[in-house]
Write a protein that binds this ligand. Structure first.
Ligand SMILES: [Zn+2]
Ligand SMILES: [Zn+2]
Length: 310
């Protein structure tokens, strides 16, 4: 029996060891309201096809759990931006296959890294990625699954580390209702966006709104960063123990604009996810929230927090 459903959208990446149908119970055990999974082994090119029985088993397990939303993360091998024809071809086939799997499983979000241009340049890469998205979407015209471009740290020749590049990919993909963006907090910091300071935080989301539109922000990867601002090095750290710190995560989880945006932990050790989810929920709960729920406050009071003296 499902327990009381959590009211937020905080969760984590969840292992599918033992089969896809094992993930929802694992998410429940960690207190995750949302889960990110790999629908197949992320380090092989060809995944065994899903069976009708496997799909049914997964759907049943999900319905019996408290998980509110699932996001898939595509294989690390896929590089839609590759200028090498053989890699590009294999990547596109695997990407389309992943989109079919998500469609079949009823997974609403498919998160992917745009890829690396390997010297061929940004512009060619943007075109390739957008073309790949269009191919997948056209393959499953009735699919309700959104393609979610993840902002990257810009390591090596990886594209997708600036808001402008991601905006260009989405424009070119030309599927506003079937695409979106995932902000990985560690990546954007390493990419050079100073989201740690309050002013930098405000500026980043204002720039996001201008370049892409906040309505396109459909997911967060919550990771502290082990690497420095602008280092372009992708190293995740435990929440509050990296360069971003607790203050940043408090600001983010309390930001009402993102109250219904799913947030997935991808910190270094899944053994600590349960504890980190609790920490994020503590940070999210402002002291006045508790006062308000305790004695259903008159409407006039709810617009601002009561003064601490009262
Ligand atoms: Zn990520
Ligand atoms: Zn990362």
């Amino acid at each position: 029996m499902p327990r009381t459903r959590p009211l937020d959208w905080i969760g984590c990446h969840v292992s599918t060891g033992g089969g896809l149908h094992t993930a929802p119970a694992r998410a429940d055990a960690m207190g995750a309201a949302v889960m990110q999974i790999f629908t197949a082994n992320q380090r092989t090119w060809r995944a065994p096809p899903l069976t009708a029985e496997g799909v049914a088993q997964y759907r049943q397990a999900l319905a019996a759990s408290s998980v509110r939303l699932v996001m898939s993360h595509d294989s690390y091998l896929i590089n839609l931006a590759s200028p090498k024809p053989d890699v590009a071809e294999k990547s596109l086939a695997a990407f389309v296959e992943e989109y079919r799997r998500c469609t079949l499983l009823g997974i609403p979000l498919l998160n992917f890294h745009p890829g690396a241009h390997l010297g061929a340049g940004e512009e060619a890469a943007i075109e390739l990625v957008a073309a790949g998205m269009r191919t997948a979407l056209a393959d499953q015209p009735e699919s309700a699954t959104r393609l979610v471009v993840e902002l990257t740290a810009g390591q090596g020749s990886n594209i997708g580390c600036t808001l402008e590049q991601v905006a260009a990919i989405l424009d070119d993909a030309a599927a506003p209702d079937r695409s979106g963006v995932c902000v990985d907090t560690a990546h954007v910091y390493a990419a050079g966006y100073d989201i740690k300071s309050e002013a930098g935080y405000r500026k980043f989301f204002a720039d996001f709104e201008r370049a892409i539109g906040l309505d396109k922000l459909v997911a967060f990867h919550l990771n502290d960063s082990r690497s420095a601002l602008g280092s372009h090095v992708d190293r995740h750290e435990f929440i509050g123990e990296g360069a971003l710190g607790r203050g940043f995560f408090r600001r983010l989880v309390r930001d009402r604009r993102f109250a219904d945006v799913p947030m997935f932990l991808e910190t270094p050790d899944e053994e600590r996810y349960a504890e980190e989810i609790k920490l994020l929920r503590r940070l999210r709960r402002a002291p006045w929230d508790r006062l308000m729920t305790a004695r259903a406050a008159p409407r006039a009071l709810t617009s601002r927090p009561p003064s601490p003296r009262r």
